[in-house]
Design a binder for this molecule. Sequence first.
Ligand code: GAP
Length: 497
Amino acid sequence: MRPKELVPDVQSPYFCSLMANDHQRLQAIISHCKEYGFIFPSSEIYDGLSAVYDYGQYGSELKKNIRDYWWKHMTQLQDNIVGIDAAIFMHPTTWKASGHVDNFSDPMIDNKDSQKRYRVDHLIEGFADELEASGRKSEADALLAEMDKLLAASDFEGLKKLIEEKNIKCSVGGTANWSEVRQFNLMFSTQLGSVSEEASEIYLRPETAQGIFVNFLNVQKTGRLKIPFGIAQTGKAFRNEIVARQFIFRMREFEQMEMQFFIRPGTQKQWYEHWKEARMNWHLSLGISPDKFRFHDHVKLAHYADAACDIEYAFPMGFREVEGIHSRTDFDLKNHQEYSKKKLTYFDTELNQHYIPYVVETSIGLDRTILMVLSEAYLEEDLSTADKKDSRVVLKFPPKLAPIKLAILPLVKKDGLPEIAKEILASCRSRFRCFYEEKDTIGKRYRRMDAIGTPFSVTVDYQSAQDQTVTIRYRDSMKQERIPIDAIREIVEKQIL
Ligand code: GAP
């Protein structure tokens, strides 16, 4: 069972009535991402694949920049954290030991008329959102508190009774004809080896963490690491999500950035607090206002945790989890030791003692972080003056995350201006991502750069040939100034470190 998340279904009538403007904002971001080469529905020519997305030319750069920023903070800037890259496929017993075969499931309920399946918590939360939107907040709070209690007790009969008592209806069929509540495992499985050979069922990993646990001693010994130390990893994870909507917020194939911090038993409380603070500071370092974040303590703990919370961000659809911080005790290592029959203890030379380390985990979804960064950056600005109507859509990414850092734009395609612009390109492109363009008016080119979030554009004009200067235009203020060509690299690099 996964911890509780407040995720209403954006397509449900509850959601639409709740926050039409924010829904429109999410839709505007989705359209913008498609129009400007950030994110496309997967295999779109075949009408797409539900809850699977492809990152385009700018989306993949943005994704890489966010991943690199996380990696740098979690490895390079730490004294005692190293990174690994484990395989997606793992021995099937891994998932038995980790508890995922038996426990990685959500309570689901089917509507017998429409055949639509819901995660029980999403169904109830959607209804609670509707109550709140119609001014019945205390009733909504009481309903959520009751749901939390029943979920914590795994009381499926009670959950069904609650849904029936409240007369919660299916958003598709409009009826309240519900099945029993059942658990539904979220792991994808496939066969290893060809069918004619002896096939064995394996799983696509539902979290990257287990690749770290099974390599814990390999890394500790070869890296001569002393507790406390951490192992970080980024990579794909797969979950057969039932309610997989809300764009890249909840996908079936997604990417995680996880770090397991190995500690002495008994120190988990202190490290849990440490990582809560450190991870919140990382989010704030993206320039996002603190009031857009909050902690949400888990009521129902995952099968491996003795304390857990989410960092929630105010997405256009409301506060939602972007990262989890979990005190995982020695649950994983102890179980891997038991199932593998290999000793996974650490010898602590200071205590002169062997023990299985405890673990505090930080686990953030890369795709959710991208949606968070996009939600912050996306702005529709009215630039109208008394004589002229005007507007622009701009992505105000922090420069360090922007897909393209510098646009180099010759004013015209002749008279030696492209040559000067290409010299600038040659001197900058090995340091950061540049974009060269000579088509269209300069105004149109600026707007295109705003739309993909390029923080700096330089225009090469006739004066450039005479005095080796260019006009630099700043995306956010749209201010322009004359600077020497020699200064371009430093101005950009100062902002992207
Ligand atoms: N190893 C712990 C773990 O996997 P989790 O809370 O299930 O914990 C961690 O997932 C993070 O992964 C979440 O905070 C979220 O950002 C991301 N995540 C989980 N499921 C996701 C999905 N279906 N689509 C996109 N991101 C997801």
